[in-house]
Design a protein around this ligand. Structure first.
Ligand SMILES: Nc1ncnc2c1ncn2[C@@H]1O[C@H](COP(=O)(O)OP(=O)(O)OP(=O)(O)O)[C@@H](O)[C@H]1O
Ligand SMILES: C[C@@](O)(CCO)CC(=O)[O-]
Ligand SMILES: [Mg+2]
Length: 385
């Protein structure tokens, strides 16, 4: 029996970083996915194998070695998501350090630790092979870490006692509400290992999909009355969400009042953005007016992100370039490089889009238009395997 779970990446339309400090944020899933396949097999010996296909990396541990370093998981508890303690984190690091890890790919170590934590908690010491493939650029603000944790949690839970799915059903399936809640909670524990202090917005939008408003762990599904078209520009400047989130928290400690005002302003921007997206266009409020308001809110959000210190020269280049075409942009995700969103108004001609894309690509950036607001995590059983 093999199961595959696929989980989408995301864009944050408004409120990244401030959401970690309790402000509202608005996010949507995109049509790029990470997939994790899980297969238990006796021909594995007693090995747990992890293959990161796109990175051409394979890791394996004997289940005996995992048990030696991290004892106490003979009876896994898939229904009770558990945070990883500092001591367990150090044990996970021991297991990861024993693998051949190329220096250039050392950033993946936290992802491998998150995998091991999710595995032993949900499946114990069962021998298996897990294979991961991803369409989401890593460390670019499109939620690769969350999609990784959601797809792994999804696959592990689907073959656990808590899956609640019919293994004989064909095609892509969705978990029931309680299953989705478990996937989301476990994925958050994985994100904690990778991110340090995640708000939970990335794993939530990857689990549930669609367009959501998120504040202090509370999720509201939004129904958009606007066909949002966003150009995504990947500056290809690598960065690390954990360090950027920690940098904002340090700035908030140094300037608590000023930063509280920034977070509160972002809360208002997100609330207004959510309301505009949901209001139907009428004769009085045309689509163009709504798009102009959204563009202005995105610019305001970008300015506030600059106040937090998470912009970057490459992001500023994208902003300047798109502004030449009267288009508004903001960073998405943790910033510091990574991806930038540009709102493409409905009436904008393709000629302008082509021009702006050509100019951005001439700077060495990569552009694409993503489909926004698709399904969250999905599962597919493959009984013939
Ligand atoms: N397919 C994958 N395989 C292994 N590890 C992964 C994979 N995808 C993400 N990760 C882990 O997540 C880390 C990147 O997460 P990070 O949060 O810094 O960026 P992001 O999630 O792409 O962007 P953002 O959090 O801003 O949306 C990688 O260094 C790695 O540890
Ligand atoms: C920067 C941040 O707000 C979003 C990263 O996609 C971090 C988080 O909310 O966990
Ligand atoms: Mg991330």
């Amino acid at each position: 029996m093999e199961v595959t779970a696929r989980a989408p990446g995301k864009i944050i339309l408004s409120g990244e970083h401030a959401v970690v400090h309790g402000s509202t944020a608005v996010a949507a899933s995109i049509n790029l996915h990470t997939s994790a396949s899980l297969r238990f097999s006796s021909d594995n010996g007693d090995m747990l194998k992890l293959e990161l296909k796109d990175m051409n990396l394979k890791f394996s541990w004997t289940t005996g070695r995992i048990k030696e370093v991290l004892p106490g998981f003979d009876s896994p508890t898939p229904s009770t998501p558990k945070p990883c303690s500092g001591e367990s984190l150090r044990s996970l690091a021991t297991l990861v350090d024993e693998q051949m890890f190329p220096e250039a790919k050392i950033a993946l170590a936290s992802g491998v630790s998150a995998f091991l934590w999710l595995y032993i908690n949900i499946q114990g010491y069962k021998p298996a092979t897990v294979t991961v493939t991803s369409q989401i650029p890593l460390s670019s603000g499109l939620g690769s870490s969350a999609a990784f944790c959601v797809s792994i949690s999804g696959a592990l839970l689907a073959l656990s006692s808590c899956g609640g799915l019919d293994h004989n059903q064909q095609g892509w399936l969705m978990f029931e509400e309680s299953g989705l809640e478990l996937v989301n909670k476990w994925a958050l524990e994985g994100e904690r290992i990778i991110h340090g202090k995640p708000s939970g917005i990335d794993n939530t939008v990857s689990t549930y999909g669609n367009l959501i408003e998120f504040k202090s762990g509370e999720i509201t599904q939004l129904k958009s009355n606007l066909l949002l078209k966003m150009l995504i520009t990947n500056t290809k400047v690598g960065r690390n969400t954990k360090a950027l989130v920690a940098g904002v928290s340090e700035r908030a400690l140094r300037h608590p009042d000023a930063m509280a005002s920034v977070f509160s302003a972002i809360d208002s921007v997100s609330e207004e953005l959510a309301s505009i997206i949901q209001t139907p266009a009428t004769d009085d409020i045309t689509i163009t007016e709504k798009e102009e308001k959204l563009a202005e809110l995105m610019e305001m959000n970008q300015g506030l992100l600059q106040c937090m210190g998470v912009s970057h020269a490459s992001i500023e280049t994208v902003l300047r370039t798109t502004l030449k075409y009267k288009l508004s942009s903001k960073l998405t995700g943790a910033g510091g490089g990574g991806c930038v969103l540009t709102l493409l108004p409905t009436l904008l001609s393709n000629v302008v889009v082509d021009k702006v894309v050509a100019e951005l690509e001439s700077c060495g950036f990569e552009c694409f238009i993503a489909m926004i607001g698709g399904k969250g995590v999905e599962i597919c059983f493959n009984p013939s395997e």
